[in-house]
Design a protein around this ligand. Structure first.
Ligand code: SOE
Length: 401
């Protein structure tokens, strides 16, 4: 059967733009997919960088205006990887043009904005998915299957963290992920969003939260332009400093670390920690689920493995088994390499974008494992409840928001 053309317009070209470009370029090579994925246009404001990115990542054209891109009749899918503060205006404009939308997390800076995006997407009957890529690690999907097959039974505890340390240096500049106007929140929205989604995916809906957060470094140097996570300030605007002055600084208004406890609607208890001040932890996202019949633990830095304890095992020989989720039987692994040839971070993007483009090409609803914009809304709702709890120093009912 003829493949359906999906002409993609990508907005953003740095870390996530690169991850999505790589993913879109690999789907047809590794999957018997239903779409001709045409990497038509990459869009960004800096002409020199966007021209370079188009050539390097394999995009046919580049565009400097997302407003023009979303109106192009030849584009039927918009992929938003720009910073969080522009997600709303782009998503709403693209939805009103009838474009299917894939949007990086978090969906928006506020719950109200996230709800408006969801409602506009639904009103325009477009397909929409949000980039909670960690769901698409085969080991996570194996955990999901074990839970859905009642292998661990009633859930008592959920314990998750996302630990990084890339801004431990107080002289690390105030990049967009630390600028409240652009990112909305710090470790909570950037990192916590992932384990909030993972906890909802594996353990169910949140009922209440009780939180604390800290900004350990309260002022940071400004930088004229940044490369993101690890890039130091590539330049300070020379117009802004006199010879010998220290670099101009600004207040940090987002959380460096946030911890919270939660109760789930199914009665389980949760403990969560997001920080960028855990020295030695580079991209350490993990989640553990404890149930009446067993436990599961996933550690992203060992993403091909799942730890599984079953109370059904013979007494005396029970223990956490380490499952290598890299056999053809495990989700998506049939498409990659022979058994045991492990995969990585970039494959989670290939899997999530494969599912989204298949849904468009076959005009079918999203695969149920895929998070759509309502999952983005629910995540924003929990993030806002956590922020309110920090403010009030009190328990907050998630559904009260
Ligand atoms: C930075 O903290 C970051 O790149 C997040 O923005 C991503 O969502 C996460 O997957 C890795 O860390």
């Amino acid at each position: 059967m003829a493949k359906k053309n999906i002409n993609v317009g990508l907005i953003g070209y740095k870390f996530m733009g690169k991850a999505h470009s790589n993913a879109l370029s690999k789907i047809g090579m590794f999957f018997d997919n239903s779409a001709n994925i045409n990497m038509k246009v990459i869009c960004g404001r800096n002409e020199e960088w966007i021209k370079q990115s188009a050539e390097k990542y394999g995009w046919s054209e580049y565009e400097l205006s997302w407003e023009k891109l979303v109106k192009r009749p030849d584009i039927n899918m918009i992929d938003i990887t720009a910073p969080s503060n522009v997600h709303k205006e782009i998503a709403i404009a693209a939805a009103n043009e009838g474009k299917h939308i894939f949007c990086e997390k978090p969906l928006a800076l506020t719950l109200a904005d996230a709800r408006e995006i969801y409602e506009t997407a639904e009103k325009n009957k477009i397909k929409h998915q949000i980039g909670f890529n960690y769901r698409f690690a085969p080991a996570v999907l194996l955990a999901k299957k074990l839970i859905d097959d009642s292998k661990i039974g009633r859930i008592f505890h959920v314990r998750a963290n996302f630990l990084q340390d890339w801004i431990i240096d107080p002289d690390f500049p105030l990049v967009w992920r630390l600028d409240k106007k652009v990112c909305g929140s710090g470790s909570l929205g950037d990192l916590g969003a992932h384990f909030i989604d993972m906890a909802r995916f594996l353990a169910g809906e949140f009922s209440t939260v009780m939180a604390m957060s800290k900004t350990f470094v309260k002022s940071r140097p400004l930088s004229e332009s940044m490369t993101g996570l690890s890039g130091k300030a590539v330049s300070i605007d020379p117009r802004s400093i006199e010879a010998g002055d220290a670099a101009p600084c600004a207040d940090v208004e987002v959380d460096d670390g946030t911890v919270f406890v939660a109760e789930f609607k199914n009665g389980a208890l949760g403990v969560f920690e997001a920080t960028r001040f855990a020295q030695g932890h580079k991209n350490d996202m993990s989640i553990e689920i404890n149930g009446e019949l067993g436990s599961l633990k996933f550690i992203f830095e060992r993403m091909n493995e799942l730890q599984y304890f079953s109370a059904a095992d013979e007494p005396g020989t029970q223990g956490f088994r380490l499952i290598q989720a890299s056999e053809a039987i495990h989700p998506y692994m049939y498409a990659w390499w022979p058994v045991g040839h492990v995969i990585g971070y970039e494959h989670t993007f290939i899997h999530e974008l494969y599912e989204f483009t298949e849904s468009i090409a076959n005009d079918k609803p999203l695969n149920p494992i895929c998070p759509d914009f309502m999952d983005g809304v629910k995540c924003s709702q929990i993030i806002e409840a956590v922020e309110l709890s920090c403010e009030r120093k009190a328990l907050v009912e998630v559904d009260s928001l």
